[in-house]
Write a protein that binds this ligand. Structure first.
Ligand code: XUL
Ligand code: CO
Length: 439
């Protein structure tokens, strides 16, 4: 029996909207059915091991503020990793969350050689698998940390030194295999340092080609070992580098097409990465859905007054309603889900703060999903959009799409059929009011 870390906190119940209990769900009723599927199956929420358990609460001006027994600097690194894992699974079970996500370096310490590090990861993943079996908690996705160690300071696959490329390849090979053993639904590649700080020392073309080669190697290995999960790239425009190559979904799509990977790799979007790229979160989800490459979503939010990746828990029901609308229109998740890539604030030092953060996030997502389903069931919004584009379904519009027209024939039709279009209102304010009826 492991030591209880979250003392005094039991299993988080669902108590309904009227509840004033801060340690209860008000909207996330896991088994409630919405459009034929339970909330849990729609949302597939996951806890991010790194923010919740590996991060000490440090920022660039000061050290960690979170007192966790596994941060004891005098402790044996493996014992500390075990303690951390016990607390993590205690948290997953008490929260009632079906999934978690991890980096190799979150669950196990780094050794002196890659072989030693891999050994630690194997040992800790075996412990995790036992706990997964006991608790029923599953792995949404795994990923390798290719950005913390100084060897990766100039990038992993995009490093000027091919030895770093090789090291990263070996690390990903192992983490992909561990993710497969653990039954992970996806494998994520976030290009944390795949970019540049200055073009003065950077051969951009070479680096892009290196990354294309790397991703092809990952996909080849996935097929070789028979991993059935989805490979995902996580776009982010900057931070830690000045410019990251996987800038946004449009950029990643172009990259995938250039290197022949458009049918192999999808995206893991993140709310705060979308806003850092100058897009709304909704734009990124809509763009990924429209292009058939939405894989999974890292759920968080930024702060409109701050220009960096604050990774806060979502709490804006209006915004999340629109995200859920795009998701439902796209048919929902298959192997993906909503991973809370979000951290509690540096001042949130009580273990209960971790519960409040996730409860709030899950409630916000549940409300958003219920609202979005009501908007879809109401049908007014879709009817408006359908009518707006109805001209493309038959006649002139259909002829253009069927390649029956040229510039010449269109010029002739405009003249012969007396075509003289009249502007029609986009009715933005009416539609905004319509949405607010459901929020
Ligand atoms: C960093 C970030 C990462 C990835 C996984 O901004 O989002 O945590 O999700 O490496
Ligand atoms: Co992320």
């Amino acid at each position: 029996m492991s030591v209880e870390f979250f003392k005094g906190i039991g299993k988080i119940p669902f108590e309904g909207p009227a509840s004033k209990n801060s340690l209860a769900f008000r909207f996330y009723d896991a088994n409630r059915k919405v459009m034929g599927k339970t909330l849990q199956d729609h949302l597939r929420p996951a806890v991010a091991y790194w923010h919740a358990f590996a991060s000490p609460g440090a920022d660039m001006f000061g050290p960690g503020t979170f007192e966790r027994p596994w941060f004891d600097p005098a402790g044996d690194p493996i014992k500390m990793a075990e303690l951390k894992m016990d607390a993590a699974f205690e948290f997953f079970v008490k929260l009632g969350v079906p999934f978690f996500c991890f980096h190799d370096r979150d669950i196990a310490p780094e050794g002196n050689t890659l072989a030693e590090s891999n050994g630690y990861v194997d040992r800790m993943s075996e412990r995790a698998m036992k706990k997964m079996e006991e608790t029923g908690v599953k792995l949404l996705w795994g990923t390798a940390n290719l950005f913390s160690h100084p060897r990766y300071m100039s990038g992993a696959s995009t490093n000027p030194d091919p030895a770093v490329f090789a090291y990263a390849a070996a690390q990903v090979k192992h983490c992909l295999e561990v993710t497969q053993r653990m039954g992970g639904g996806s494998y994520v590649l976030w290009g944390g340092r795949e970019g540049y700080d200055t073009l003065l020392n950077t051969d951009l073309k070479r680096e892009y080609d290196q990354m294309g080669r790397f991703m092809n190697l990952v996909v080849e290995h996935k097929h070789k070992i028979g991993f059935k999960g989805q490979i995902l790239i996580e776009p982010k425009p900057c931070e830690p580098t000045k410019h990251q190559y996987d800038f946004d979904t449009a950029n990643v799509l172009a990259f995938l097409q250039k290197y022949g990977l458009q049918h192999e790799i999808k995206v893991n979007l993140e709310a705060n990465h979308a806003t850092l790229a100058g897009h709304s979160f909704q734009h990124e989800v809509a763009f990924a859905v429209a292009n058939g490459i939405l894989g999974s979503i890292d759920m968080n939010r930024g702060d409109v007054m701050l220009g960096w990746d604050t990774d806060q828990f979502p709490n804006d029901v209006g915004e999340i309603t629109l995200i859920m609308l795009e998701l439902l229109r796209g048919g929902g998740f298959t192997t993906g889900g909503f991973n809370f890539d979000a951290k509690i604030r540096r001042q949130s030092i009580d273990p209960a703060d971790l519960f409040h953060a996730h409860i709030g996030g899950m409630d916000t997502m549940a409300r958003g999903l219920i609202n979005a389903a009501a908007i879809i069931e109401d049908g007014t919004l879709q009817k408006f959009v359908d009518e707006r584009y109805a001209g493309w379904n038959a006649g002139l519009g259909a002829d253009v799409l069927a390649r029956k027209e040229s510039l010449e024939s269109l010029a002739k039709r405009v003249k012969d059929e007396n075509i003289n279009p009249k502007p029609r209102s986009g009715r933005q304010e009416y539609l905004e009011n319509l949405i607010n009826r459901f929020v």
